[in-house]
Design a protein around this ligand. Structure first.
Ligand SMILES: Cc1cc2nc3c(=O)[nH]c(=O)nc-3n(C[C@H](O)[C@H](O)[C@H](O)COP(=O)(O)OP(=O)(O)OC[C@H]3O[C@@H](n4cnc5c(N)ncnc54)[C@H](O)[C@@H]3O)c2cc1C
Length: 350
């Protein structure tokens, strides 16, 4: 059987791309391993960050809308404390999200104290308190997976290899007019993407019942989010480059300790117990933009999401799908074949 589209990789990128194609009536196969689906996604802290410059901000607002319409309980609201030293950036983001009905406002340290938050701040720092959003990762994956089933997407279980533009899974050739590789960190080897960088995203999961708000601390680089299992995810932007995706599953103790030190210094966490730690591979680029588009004839990719995959992926899937079916233009800054300077992964908020 020849499919119109074969999607390789069943993380949030593969699932949402396969869903958007199947929803438009195309005949789609998705290659992935069900037990691995949650491997990277399951480590994610699930923050839907809108604290990003354009065009990431627009993609994150579109993503928020997509998840909200997909099903109930996928997007959860939380009070979010955002700390930044870039007043101009804070103003731009705040006014754009307000247009989308998101409540956000600048507050003083005294105001926080009045709420019982003993947070240490810097003199030139802008603090906002407002609505934050997080995705219930398990529910999102389950919802997308069941929608794929209803839409008749063939899920081919196994590890895909690309040979002459065709996907081989064990002895089986899964043929498609178009192949889309959305295999996260594994996309690099699968497609020979030399302009990408592999690194680890790590987080400590703490037991700290007192915190019930999210923190996005751009000033000293860490975030806090309450997870569905009642732990607190405390993560950061310390990037440890790795050679292979597998290497990224090993936690670096010093990274975890450093992030805890920063949050403790701020006063946002006081007493805590580390319940467990997580680490998983991320693929990024040196110019912060992901890779979306054609790699070789008939083979496309959507990857290098620079640690904010949950916040922007459906918007990028929509851009790719519209290109594939309507021929609409993909911005050049997303071209997977572009030359990218730098060997350090840059996140949009760096
Ligand atoms: C600790 C941590 C915290 C994070 N926190 C956040 C956050 O708060 N907010 C946010 O927006 N993002 C966050 N991220 C980033 C986010 O998790 C990723 O950007 C996102 O999961 C990437 O999705 P993906 O589908 O591109 O790749 P992946 O989730 O890696 O999915 C790729 C899938 O493809 C499969 N695969 C690979 N190769 C093959 C093959 N050859 N054949 C078959 N299957 C294959 C893999 O097994 C995997 O399941 C975090 C990441 C980590 C690790």
């Amino acid at each position: 059987m020849q499919y119109e589209f074969v999607v390789v990789g069943s993380g949030v990128a593969g699932l949402s791309t396969a869903y958007m194609l199947a929803e438009r009536g195309y005949n789609v196969a998705l290659v992935g391993l069900p037990e691995l689906i949650k491997m990277v996604a399951g480590s994610s802290s699930g923050i839907l960050t809108y604290h990003m410059p354009s065009p990431f901000l627009e993609w994150s607002l579109e993503t928020l809308e997509f998840y909200s319409k997909l099903g109930s309980g996928i997007v959860e609201r939380a009070l979010c404390l955002w700390m930044s030293r870039d007043a101009g950036f804070v103003d731009v983001v705040s006014s754009r999200v307000r247009e989308h009905g998101v409540r956000i406002r600048r507050v003083s340290e005294d105001y926080l104290r009045g709420l019982g938050l003993e947070v240490e701040t810097f003199e030139d720092e802008v603090i906002t308190l407002g609505e934050g959003f997080r995705v219930n990762v398990g529910r999102l994956i389950d919802t997308l997976s069941s929608k794929l089933e209803v839409l008749g997407v063939d899920v081919v279980e196994g590890w895909g290899v690309i040979e002459d533009g065709v996907v081989r899974v064990g002895d089986r050739m899964v043929k498609g007019s178009t192949v889309i590789v959305a295999a996260g960190a594994w996309s690099r080897e699968l497609l020979g993407l030399r302009n990408t960088i592999l690194y680890k995203c790590q987080a400590a999961r703490l037991e700290e019942p007192k915190i019930d708000y999210m923190v996005v601390d751009d000033s000293i680089g860490y975030y806090i989010n309450k997870m569905q299992d009642d732990t607190i995810a405390l993560g950061d932007g310390i990037k440890v480059i790795v050679e292979t995706p597998e290497e990224a599953f090993k936690v670096d103790r010093w990274v975890v300790e450093e992030v805890i030190r920063r949050a403790t210094r701020r006063g946002v966490i006081a007493s805590y117990r580390v319940a467990y730690t997580v680490s998983a591979p991320c693929i990024g680029t040196g110019d912060s933009y992901p890779l979306v588009g054609e790699v070789s004839e008939g083979v496309y990719t959507l990857t290098a999401l620079n640690g904010v995959g949950f916040s922007i992926t459906p918007a990028l899937s929509r851009i790719l799908v519209e290109h594939l079916i309507k021929g609409s233009r993909i911005p050049e800054y997303l071209d997977p074949k572009r030359e990218i300077p730098g060997r350090e992964p840059r996140e949009p908020i760096d």
